[in-house]
Design a protein around this ligand. Structure first.
Ligand SMILES: *Cc1c(COP(=O)(O)O)cnc(C)c1O
Length: 229
């Protein structure tokens, strides 16, 4: 199936009122992104800053780019002018830097807090307590150029359906608690980004509002190692 066919399949399957499709184009050439763009897709996720910046420069300017991979503080400046959503905020230090760079461009950058839900030590993210602590902190309260619009999580690799469901359900419970405690009157806090090609159905059942789908749209990834320069 072509990229356009795959997108069409997701479009017909997902209720766009409830769930937004983020096409994860990492390790795919700009031409593949353009093919998806021409099929109507406008929101794309990338996980490496250099790759994201290169594609953003080459591709149509009405694309909404999401960063979904770990972000180092020294790289925030490269994406601050254009990024639509940073899904992978995993520390207060990073959030403070995003705020500073956003201010330079007179922007407010939307962010998700990435929450650690997997049963592995390889994934980035805040623990449940750390997320609450961040939101309670005085350092966070003064930030004017970032807006937290929800949470993101990645389930364990190769987990059973039950474990995956448990992990997503825990994240949904945390999301509801944080919404009540910190964002009750804030309509912008509404996104729960969970689910990838292998587990998006379970994620949607558990309350996902954004699924990040890569391989089952783009097929086998074309670029093995994105050159840093
Ligand atoms: C690569 C990636 C995805 C997409 O994964 P697929 O299995 O290819 O759908 C989603 N989220 C994150 C954070 C990723 O790094």
């Amino acid at each position: 199936m072509s990229i356009a066919d795959n997108l069409l399949k997701y479009k017909s399957e997902l209720d766009s009122e409830q769930v937004q499709l983020i096409a994860v184009s990492k390790f795919n050439e700009a031409e593949a992104v353009l093919e998806a763009y021409e099929a109507g897709q406008r929101v794309f996720g990338e996980n490496i800053v250099q790759e994201l910046v290169d594609k953003q420069a080459q591709l149509p300017k009405d694309i909404e780019w999401h960063l979904i991979g770990h972000l180092q503080t020294n790289k925030v400046k490269y994406i601050a002018p254009f990024i639509s959503l940073i899904q992978s905020v995993d520390s207060l230090k990073l959030l403070i830097e995003i705020d500073k760079q956003a201010a330079k461009h007179k922007r407010v950058i939307d962010c998700l807090l990435q929450i650690y839900i997997a049963d592995e030590d390889t994934k980035f993210g805040l623990g449940f307590d750390e997320a609450v602590e961040l939101l309670r902190s005085e350092e966070f309260a003064v930030l004017k150029n970032v807006r937290i619009v929800g949470l993101m999580g990645i389930a364990s690799n190769n987990a059973s359906e039950k474990q995956t469901n448990d992990e997503f359900t825990e994240l949904k419970v945390l999301f509801d608690g944080i919404k009540l405690s910190f964002f009750r009157k804030d309509d912008a806090f509404k996104e729960l980004s969970m689910g990838m090609s292998g587990d998006y159905k379970i994620a949607i059942e558990a309350g996902s509002t954004m699924v990040r789908i890569g391989s089952s749209i783009f097929g086998k990834r074309k670029i093995k190692h994105w050159k840093a320069e």
